[in-house]
Design a protein around this ligand. Structure first.
Ligand code: TRP
Ligand code: SF4
Length: 400
């Protein structure tokens, strides 16, 4: 799938739970074998809402990276880093802020929603208003094609696209663009150059989106282009400006069906979560005390799985035969609720055993973890510095 880069981040606000695993993380694990992926700890984003409890952030950064590795994120395949260790993110955020209309930020739906939801915190800060712009900087820095996120984050990716478009519109102009672009086309080699011209014409004359897509793929594959020429050719394909910042697309993560131990969506703030690396005894206790169908007061009362949160867990963890056993046994009062819960307990513990195993080396030797992250930060920074060179130049800041 070419070199289409994937970028995503998570805020370090607590131990990750099974909902994170069955939602975002499983998806990341799949993506890392299909794309170059960068995954980062969004510690600055955590500060926008938790500025009054910095210790929460410090503690959770490393634990979260361990959770990622426990889930199967492979540092050989993915670049793992910490946002604040790549200070270029702050610089890009600042530079983008120069051209970001206040109204755009105020209209991002999460702005008012979160202020209302987290009403115990004072979120009328400059940093919180800028949350989506910092996120835009995270994404645009790596010219990401895809951003795997949940539904609530889609407006942020949309906002990122608008910022990229505005930036290119304002700063992608350059004297002699056409001539430079035509020179760059020649560098593609005659066969590719011909195909590129065809796609460009088909897109510009007929608005053919597949031609635009094919043109872009062709450029992704072209190895020997300088960054400037690449930007010109991406821009020339669809217009008359360099495309310095590429518009990403949201890759919607299907909402995980993972219920918490009360049947509501699993969420740390509902207090119904099971952590990825929770202690087995605590998992047993949580599931054993889970509420079931209220109609089953006595062991002999028949129940209805559809009214029982334990059934939701069977839908995630059990095979067809076990589900059949639950349905029949519950409705006929043939099985008791503790009996019914046992396969779920076993399945969760088996899943978590793998997490514990993968995490153990990093728990035993934190320096392993530090090395992975140091290496990831270095790789991320290399890309970030390239982007910043282009951005600074476009904004008149290359003073040497
Ligand atoms: N805002 C995201 C969340 O709360 C986290 C995040 C920060 C992010 N920067 C990002 C996600 C860049 C994707 C890409 O989940
Ligand atoms: Fe729920 Fe299982 Fe008890 Fe039925 S038997 S009420 S599905 S726990």
């Amino acid at each position: 799938m070419f070199t289409e880069r994937v970028v995503s981040g998570m805020r370090p606000t607590g131990a990750l739970h099974l909902g994170h695993y069955h939602g975002a993380l499983k998806n990341w694990v799949r993506l890392q074998s299909e794309h170059p992926c960068l995954f980062f700890v969004a510690d600055w984003h955590a500060l926008t809402t938790h500025y009054d409890s910095p210790e929460v952030i410090g503690d959770n950064v490393w634990e979260m990276v361990i959770d990622w590795l426990a889930a199967g994120i492979d540092p050989q395949q993915s670049v793992l880093f910490i946002q604040s260790r790549v200070p270029e993110h702050a610089e890009l955020h600042l530079l983008l802020s120069m051209v970001t209309p206040l109204g755009w930020l105020e209209r991002v739906p999460t702005y008012k929603d979160q202020q209302e939801k987290l009403s115990d915190r004072d979120l009328s800060t400059y940093g919180f208003l800028g949350y989506p712009l910092l996120q835009a900087a995270d994404i645009l820095m790596y010219r990401a094609a895809w951003v795997p996120v949940g539904e609530d984050q889609v407006p942020h990716v949309e906002f990122t696209r608008e910022i990229a478009r505005r930036f290119n519109h304002l700063f992608g102009r350059e004297p002699g663009f056409e001539d430079k672009a035509r020179e760059a086309v020649k560098k593609l080699g005659s066969k590719r150059a011909r195909l590129y011209e065809q796609m460009r014409t088909r897109y510009q004359e007929q608005g053919d989106d597949t031609a635009l897509q094919r043109g872009r793929e062709l450029l992704e594959l072209a190895q020997n282009l300088s960054m400037g020429d690449r930007e010109r050719l991406f821009g020339y394909l669809e217009g008359s400006r360099r495309i310095i910042l590429a518009e990403p697309q949201a890759l919607l993560t299907e909402a995980s069906r993972m219920p918490g131990i009360d049947g509501q969506k699993m969420s740390k703030s509902y207090g119904n979560a099971i952590a990825m690396r929770e202690d087995p005894e605590s998992v047993r206790r949580k599931i054993r005390t889970m509420p079931t169908d209220p109609a089953r007061v006595r062991r002999t009362d028949p129940g209805e799985p559809e009214r029982c949160p334990v059934w939701q867990l069977h839908l995630v963890y059990s095979d067809e035969a076990t589900r059949e056993w639950v349905q029949t046994g519950c409705r006929s009062a043939g099985i008791g609720c503790l009996e019914c819960k046992q396969p779920v307990i076993d399945a969760i513990l088996a899943e978590q055993q793998v997490f514990h195993q993968r995490a153990q080396p990093y728990v035993d030797d934190p320096s392993l973890l530090r090395n992975i992250v140091a290496d990831g930060c270095e790789q991320a920074r290399k890309i970030a510095q390239e982007t910043m060179r282009e951005v600074r130049e476009a904004m008149g800041l290359d003073l040497d």
